[in-house]
Design a protein around this ligand. Structure first.
Ligand code: SF4
Length: 263
């Protein structure tokens, strides 16, 4: 029986088969990281943002609601954040940076809101129109792959899938393209039609949208099938080490560096 993969497990295999082995087969824990915790906080803020109280009836109150959510979720993760051992100054840097990303996202959201207002929708109708389905779980039975879609818009027969990223660069890497292709293939299998657009919302920058075509989906199918053929074994020696700058860099190292190099 094949393992059910995810965009993340597939990209881990492509980055380094040994890393895949440690994480998904031996199930060794990952080291806590500011990028992971901060990413989860920001995702969770954007997930809850759309659960809007009726009292919120202006752009200003919406903005306050967004930043209140960030503050609340940051505080809820205080213990985890302080356990990373970064110190207060660096944590404050990451908090401010997260706030900046959300501010940037909100400015773009505001423009969409105003465009809907100009189309004749009221404030509340416009918000409802712009509210996506969030954290939607999809699974392809045929390709044994699953994933959670951050934001799914299905308006008037037009389907858009978005994934939020807190990355520094707004670059559609091969890894991101594959992730989007997997979302498109899962959506097509479950719903019977391809989504129209998939894309990454680079929170620091802007949205990068990709029209869905056969090539995007076929490439994803091929990659998923290939990874299944490479991950049937449970033996460590079948998962080679792929050394790269991602093993160790100036400010950190791969979660499994010690296991690989016994240092
Ligand atoms: S340290 Fe390098 S070789 Fe070892 S698992 Fe991590 S990425 Fe792979």
């Amino acid at each position: 029986m094949v393992r059910v993969e995810s965009p993340s497990s597939i990209n881990t295999y492509k980055q380094c088969p040994r890393k895949y082995y440690y994480h998904y087969i031996e199930e060794l824990p990952s080291l806590p990281s500011i990028h992971l915790i901060r990413g989860n906080i920001v995702h969770s803020v954007l997930e809850d943002f759309f659960d809007i109280d009726k009292k919120i009836d202006s752009e200003d109150s919406l903005r306050l609601h967004l930043f209140w959510l960030l503050e609340k979720k940051w505080a809820e993760n205080n213990t985890e954040l302080s356990e990373i051992g970064l110190g207060d100054r660096k944590l404050k840097f990451y908090y401010d940076e997260s706030k900046c990303m959300l501010k940037n996202w909100f400015n773009r959201f505001k423009k969409k809101l105003r465009a809907q207002n100009n189309n004749g929708l009221t404030f509340n109708q416009a918000i409802k129109h712009l509210t996506p389905n969030r954290e939607v779980k999809f699974k392809s039975e045929k390709f044994q792959v699953r994933g959670f879609i951050d934001a799914l818009f299905e308006n008037n027969g037009n389907v858009i899938i978005l994934d939020y990223k807190t990355s520094k660069k707004n670059e559609l890497t091969r890894e991101y393209r594959l992730q989007l292709g997997i979302y498109a293939l899962m959506y097509e299998e479950v719903k019977g039609v391809k989504p129209d657009i998939v894309g990454i919302d680079f929170l620091k920058h802007s949205e990068l949208l990709v029209p869905v075509d056969d090539k995007l989906v076929e490439d994803a199918k091929r990659e998923v099938s290939y990874i299944h053929t490479k991950t049937t074994s449970k033996k460590k020696e079948d998962y080679s080490k792929k050394q790269s700058p991602l093993c160790k860099w100036s400010t950190g190292q791969c979660d499994y560096f010690e296991q690989c190099f016994h240092r």
